[in-house]
Design a protein around this ligand. Structure first.
Ligand SMILES: [Fe+2]
Length: 321
């Protein structure tokens, strides 16, 4: 396989505007303030119409109306300038009940399609060491993930991931973002062997149906880290090292040497400070980021006796064209 076939020059031109490149954005670039007029309007709306359970939020957020100036600014920062955006904190009292969830669902709905079948939110918090197994999701622990993208099923990859901070940890819990386009460019310039390896289909762990042959299922559950044109999208990056290693371990196989070396090279680039940005969400803030252009990670965090760290994760589909 030659690089000419896997990394068209247009990739770099097309996505220059989709996320930051080179200069890492500062908070004033990626933070969008919620207008005070919108907070007043929603406060009145919530008083008159108490927010329903999550399953019924779709119709409810429709009735909350629009605020084009705010949501357009959110989309511009997210899709055109930074590749991610942070919205300022909602009022403290909204965090005490369902008002924060209603606002967050409303915000997500103005960015992409929120999948209500998935909750629509997944509560990210440490479920306790007694629940940990080989296949426990990092999102159910207090550990760092390592840089990765969300959505490990072959067919499913959210375009945008949202995290709304309901409670933050006293120590740790910072979010890290790494610019995959810049990482790709650096590999393209200096690490051709690793890059070619990362364009090949790679086995990932998945749920093996009962009565199925794990060997067959896992060997079929393969897709590259870097890909061009998958599911009608342009450039995509899909990665969590742990699920590659777990897949091989399950089959009592070792990760091939060339692949392991390529993953080491990739990880080295992903954690390079030249490609990464760190932020710590305050309670009430929401982070939305492009899951196809930015890898993410978080620092391990302290589990605090009163009110452990809690984030609401949302997965959004967006028609990128
Ligand atoms: Fe994640």
């Amino acid at each position: 396989m030659s690089l000419a076939a896997v990394a068209p020059v247009s990739v770099f031109e097309q996505f220059d505007a989709d996320c930051w490149s080179g200069n890492i954005p500062a908070p004033q670039h990626y933070t969008v303030e919620i207008p005070s007029s919108l907070i007043s309007r929603f406060s009145n709306f919530f008083n008159d119409n108490p927010p329903p359970e999550d399953a019924d939020l779709a119709a409810y957020v429709h009735d909350m109306g629009t605020h084009e100036q705010f949501t357009q600014q959110v989309r511009s920062v997210l899709f055109r300038f930074c590749g991610f955006v942070v919205t300022s904190a909602v009022p403290e009292e909204w965090l005490q009940d369902r008002r924060a969830r209603a606002y967050y669902a409303w915000l997500c709905t103005h960015v992409g399609r929120l999948n209500y079948k998935l909750g629509p939110f997944y509560e990210v918090y440490d479920r306790g060491p007694e629940t940990y197994t080989l296949t426990t999701r990092y999102s159910d622990t207090h550990f760092s993930h390592g840089f990765h993208t969300d959505g490990t099923g072959r067919a499913g990859m959210p375009d945008v991931v949202g995290l709304m901070c309901i409670r933050q940890a006293v120590n740790g819990g910072e979010n890290h973002l790494s610019n995959v386009m810049d990482v790709h460019q650096r590999l393209f310039n200096t690490e051709h062997r690793a890059l070619v390896e990362l364009y090949k289909p790679i086995m990932r762990d998945c749920v093996v149906p009962e009565n199925a042959d794990p060997q067959e299922v896992l060997h079929a559950h393969t897709y590259p880290v870097f890909q061009w044109g998958e599911q009608g999208r342009g450039f995509t990056f899909r990665y969590m090292r742990r699920w590659i290693e777990v897949a091989y371990r399950r089959l009592n196989e070792t990760v091939p040497e060339e692949l392991a070396a390529a993953l080491d090279t990739l990880d080295k680039e992903l954690i390079d400070p030249a490609n990464t940005l760190t932020l710590k969400l305050k309670k009430g803030e929401a982070l939305l980021f492009n899951n196809l252009r930015l890898a993410h990670d978080r620092s391990a965090f302290s589990t605090d006796p009163v009110g452990n760290r809690l984030m609401l994760r949302a997965w959004l589909d967006v028609n990128f064209k």
